[in-house]
Design a protein around this ligand. Structure first.
Ligand SMILES: *Cc1c(COP(=O)(O)O)cnc(C)c1O
Length: 239
């Protein structure tokens, strides 16, 4: 197996990466990983993570046929996507970063899916804004599979109860689960845990796998992989 982290170390920064070539490579790796695991490659959706990439840097991906994108920040997305969507009305944008409850209105208006639902106060805010807007993004619950204090997501021990509360107390239809494994752990055990919770709760979407580990996530059943660096190049470290 290729060491994904070696490929990533060699990635030029955002703005200098060959986006169309990166996309083609990632699509080919997804196909290989699916076929190696006797899965239909069409059962794995690629979310191209374009956070911090300016609109002109996203255009090459749109021109290469990519239509599904992931963003982390509501404000940044408000600046970039209305213009891009005018040119590419079938583009779909998913929020994959943490969401503050006071941005729930913007998020419901902007995004086709939200992958970071992880607490009752946010469930309540989203339910209210969905009713108001008459439009519902797909909702995915984030699980903090490593129980890391600095990371969003419900604890695996509380996932079933939170999913039941989303349905019964807030009337929300939850379609899947998302996780970001701890940086220092082998990811496969985390992917397997997420898959097990989704299976017992009857949830079809498994959002897991990033540039460094998406082949392993596909092996464990990912339906959505979220890949940024391998497509758009290395982002500047957060300041
Ligand atoms: C940034 C981000 C990604 C993409 O990470 P890469 O390592 O650049 O592929 C995926 N998921 C989430 C939640 C992110 O914040």
């Amino acid at each position: 197996m290729t060491d994904q982290s070696q490929i990533l170390d060699a990635k030029p920064p955002v703005g200098q990466a060959d986006v169309a070539a990166g996309l083609a490579e990632v699509r080919a790796s997804i196909r290989r990983a699916a076929e190696d695991n006797e899965r239909d490659p069409a059962s794995v959706a690629l979310i191209a993570v374009s956070k911090t990439v300016p609109a002109e840097g996203i255009l090459p991906a749109l021109k290469a046929g990519q239509r599904l994108f992931g963003e982390n920040y509501v404000q940044e997305s408000k600046g970039k996507w209305p213009g891009l969507r005018e040119r590419f009305p079938d583009a779909e944008v998913h929020l994959i970063g943490p969401l503050q409850s006071n941005k729930a209105r913007d998020a419901v208006e902007l995004f086709d899916a939200i992958h970071s639902l992880d607490r009752p106060s946010l469930a309540a805010a989203l339910a209210k804004e969905i009713a108001r807007a008459g439009r519902a993004p797909k909702l995915i619950v984030q699980v903090n599979t490593g129980d890391e204090p600095q990371k969003g997501g419900v604890s695996p021990a509380e996932a079933d109860a939170f999913l039941a509360a989303c349905r019964d107390a807030y009337g929300l239809a939850i379609e899947g689960l998302m996780c970001i494994p701890p940086a220092d752990d082998p990811p496969s055990a985390h992917f397997a845990l997420l898959a097990a919770i989704a299976a017992r709760c009857g949830l079809p979407i498994l959002s897991m796998g990033m540039s460094a580990d998406y082949p392993a996530a596909i092996q464990m059943g990912a339906t959505h992989v979220r890949v940024g660096t391998a497509i758009f190049g290395a982002r500047a470290p957060k300041g």
